[in-house]
Design a protein. Structure first.
Length: 81
């Protein structure tokens, strides 16, 4: 697995984790399952901050993967070199 594929995988995973955290924060904010989140010591602010961090990691890894993919030589040229 190349570094570009790894960066895209990290981006994809953090994207979905960010959405899950955002949905959980929304559920907590409208007082559905509030007791569950309080029992595990999570507040809506922590869930919101977690989702923002996940989205930032997702964007950074995708941008890095795009920049790295442009700098790579094609597979055919690598074998010949």
């Amino acid at each position: 697995m190349g570094h570009v594929a790894r960066l895209q995988l990290v981006g994809r995973i953090t994207y979905y984790v960010g959405w899950i955290a955002l949905v959980c924060g929304g559920i907590f904010h409208i007082h559905i399952a509030r007791a569950l989140f309080l029992k595990i010591d999570l507040s809506d602010r922590n869930l919101l901050e977690g989702s923002v961090v996940c989205f930032l990691i997702c964007m950074a890894s995708e941008l890095r993967a795009l920049a790295g993919a442009g700098n790579e030589m094609p597979g055919v040229v690598k074998k010949a070199a």
